[in-house]
Design a protein around this ligand. Structure first.
Ligand SMILES: C[S@@+](CC[C@H](N)C(=O)[O-])C[C@H]1O[C@@H](n2cnc3c(N)ncnc32)[C@H](O)[C@@H]1O
Length: 269
């Protein structure tokens, strides 16, 4: 931020930073090794971008931009687009971006075929497309479509990295499904018995800030009744097979803790 910052801008930035830090704490309550997941993604992106003078990174369903910010710490000469559907999370991301000109935001819906035409995204290629705790919100057919268009957004030798909870199947993997569920419950008990916001408490905190009142109204309109409708789960195998079918030359995983994975696809050189 420049020396001409107004008191109003400074207050907006402080509010956004407070909510972003509470968001990270809240998300970590649901994802035990979120920081390690982010570090792994950041290291791999930094290696992929080592020879790019101005690496371009796209954070899909990036919310407040936590992952983009983390990756840019490892890729200081990079630029990141935080693309998301949620107007409230993007309003916070926009306030944060005022302090970091490397970050821009794009309001898009990954379930719509036209999301790649957003001006910030159509200006390809990207070196890396990253995502965290988000693509499980897409219907399987929507996920297939998103993966299908990614090679066209990436440069040759570019990478997609997706960190997400790919839940064990209670039917085929009941032992590990039980262990992972118990581990999640323990993490949530430990985290939320203290001062850390739960998901609902965090959204109540956003609602106390007049700055985000309009964005919250738009949030209701944008999501409607679909906000809490969880799509069917898909497996790691489904993700990797879909990436291969989309044309990625190399696919696999770079990190795993129980059913929490970071999976990747690299485009042909
Ligand atoms: C749990 S949050 C994770 C946010 C961020 N990636 C992080 O790790 O902090 C899930 C995100 O997915 C976004 N999302 C869900 N469905 C989406 C869609 N169809 N298009 C774009 N974003 C979507 C939500 O708005 C939300 O920001």
């Amino acid at each position: 931020m420049t020396g001409t910052t107004s008191p109003e801008d400074a207050t907006a930035l402080a509010t956004a930073r407070n909510l972003a830090s509470r968001w990270d704490a809240q998300q970590t309550g649901y994802i035990r090794h979120r920081a390690e997941r982010f570090d792994t993604i950041a290291r791999v992106v930094a290696a992929i971008c080592a020879d790019s003078p101005t690496p371009r990174i796209l954070d899909l369903a990036g919310g407040t931009g936590s992952l983009a910010e983390h990756v840019l710490a490892a890729v200081p000469n990079g630029r990141a687009v935080v693309a998301d559907k949620d107007p409230a999370l993007l309003a916070i991301a926009t306030d944060l971006a005022a302090a970091d000109p490397r970050i821009s935001v794009a309001e898009i819906d990954l379930a719509r075929a036209d999301w790649t035409t957003h001006p910030s995204i159509a200006d390809t290629p990207f070196d890396a497309v990253i995502s965290s705790t988000a693509l499980h919100w897409l219907q399987p057919a929507e996920l297939v479509e998103v993966y299908r268009v990614l090679p066209d957004l990436l440069r040759p030798g570019g990478i997609v990295l997706n960190g997400d909870h790919l839940s064990y199947s209670g039917h085929h993997e009941p032992t590990l499904a039980g262990i992972a569920r118990a581990d999640d419950e323990q993490m949530q008990r430990e985290t939320f018995s203290g001062d850390t916001d739960t998901w609902d408490e965090w959204w109540e905190a956003v609602a106390t800030s007049r700055r985000y009142a309009d964005a919250l109204r738009r949030r209701d309109e944008v999501w409607g009744s679909s906000l809490h409708e969880a799509p069917p789960k898909v497996t790691l195998g489904f993700h990797l097979e879909t990436l291969r079918s989309a044309g990625f030359a190399e696919t696999g995983t770079v990190w795993q803790y129980l059913d929490d994975y970071v999976l990747y696809g690299v485009t042909a050189p």
